[in-house]
Write a protein of this length. Sequence first.
Length: 223
Amino acid sequence: MLKPPASQCRVCRTWPTQPVCDPCVAEFAQPQPRCRSCALLLPAGRTQCGACLKEVPPLDLCLAAVPYAFPWAHLMAEFKFNEQPALAGFFAHLLKATPWVEPTLEAADLLLPMPLSRQRLQLRGYNQALLLANQLNAAKTRTDLLLRMVDTPAQHGLKRSQRLTALNQAFAVDPLKVSAVKGARLVLVDDVMTTGASLYTAARVLKTAGAAHITGLVVARTE
């Protein structure tokens, strides 16, 4: 049985009406300057990091709500691995409060949750990226366009070179539905971004299929 989120604040233990109380959100989810291409933290006044200036990523825009640090790392683990799917609504609220996210969702033609392999989906019971996308805009969410072709090792335990190798041929666009991707403004939705290998690989596949603009949208970004 899936466990509902506790009504007590997961950070300060007060009793609000949401998983994290407003004062804790105000303290730990302040907007910060981030690279527009990969969402890494930047000094104030800059819009792109050096790595993205040197080699342009396949994402046209990348937005993250919070850093993958206290208290969000623990909450994301609860959401993803400990049968807490109801947290999707709270995380979607965090995302919508992030600068540029609402206009991005409005301008998007489609939201594509990062797909899980069949094995991973059976093990976990739900795709956390799909739960987030449905909370953000269920009417624009599609799960039948971007496909996961092979299962890959858990990305958080791999080096960057291993991530890139492991993701080769991991994603594909359904060949019978390429027309839905061609010329479209897409938002790729995921829970956590580490090196960006998964998002970048999926974005390249979608660009090859003719997508006009791709935004990566994640709740948390590692630093």
